[in-house]
Structures are given as C-alpha cells and as structure tokens.
Unconditional design. Structure first.
Length: 154
C-alpha cells in the first residue's frame, strides 16, 4: 500500500511510472483528435508530376495544439491552444488514486489546477496510446474525466 507520508518512496514510485511512459523531463506534444476545436489527421495523395498517376500518400496526424512537460521533481508545465491560447499553466502533479480516472484500472499523472483552473490527467489508454483528460466536476462533488486529445512524444 502506498504511504503518502513517505515522500521519498512516493517519488521513487512516480519516477518508475514516468519512466514507463517515457523519458523524464521530456516534452509531450498535444495533437487534438476529437476536441472541441477539431484538428483531425488527414491524408494527402501524391501524384507523379509527369504522368499524373497516383504514387503514394502522406499522413498528417493532426494539428499541434501545445505541450505537456512532466518533471521528475513533481512539477509540470502545460500549454494548450484550444483551451487557453498563449497561456502556460505550471504547477504540481501527483499520481492518481486507485480507480480515480473513471473507475479505470490504470495509473495516471494528475496535473493539479491546470489550464482553465481544472485538473488534467496524463493517462494510458487500452490501445497503448497516451491521452490527455480534463476533470469535469459535478455539483455532488464527483468527477468525470473527459478525453481531450492524444499525446505524442517529442
């Protein structure tokens, strides 16, 4: 059982988790897949300039909307053009509690008091991708974590 009164042990566990999802102190890029401001991926067909025949295609995974930087020292930095263009949120993060993220059996990193003054979470999905979620608080005190976008390692 995780004892929150042991900060060194908590930091070691957090560092192990961060190492699982990527190198510590690195940048995650936010690409909106199904966001309020849609910036979906697209395919561009490429044709031979002399014959006009189809040759191949390029896939663009979507528009870069910002970044999330999670630091080993328990702090984070986040920008997101769809929510607060030109603003940066900085603060502390913590590991999620058991089943905190919509009852899922995952371990997430919760970014406390982020953009728009809500908590955000960086969490793995069933398909192995890393997603960004935001907390929607209800009047009864409960929280629903809403999918915002996918994160890609820079």
């Amino acid at each position: 059982m995780l004892d929150l009164k042991e900060p060194n042990r908590l930091n070691r566990i957090a560092a192990m988790y961060i190492d699982r999802i990527g190198n510590v102190d690195s940048k995650w890029l936010i690409f909106c897949v199904q966001n309020i401001i849609p910036t979906p991926g697209s395919v561009t067909n490429l044709y031979d300039k002399t014959t006009g025949d189809y040759v191949t295609h390029d896939y663009d995974k979507g528009a870069d909307q910002g970044k999330v930087i999670i630091n080993k020292n328990g702090t984070y930095s986040m920008t997101h053009a769809a929510w607060a263009k030109g603003k940066t949120a900085e603060g502390k993060w913590r590991l999620s509690f058991p089943a905190e993220i919509n009852g899922e059996r995952i371990q997430a990193i919760v970014l406390l008091n982020g953009l728009t003054s809500v908590d955000w979470a960086v969490a793995p999905s069933d398909n192995g991708k890393i997603r960004l979620l935001y907390a929607m608080r209800w009047t009864d005190g409960s929280t629903t974590w809403v999918f915002d976008s996918e994160l890609y390692k820079n």
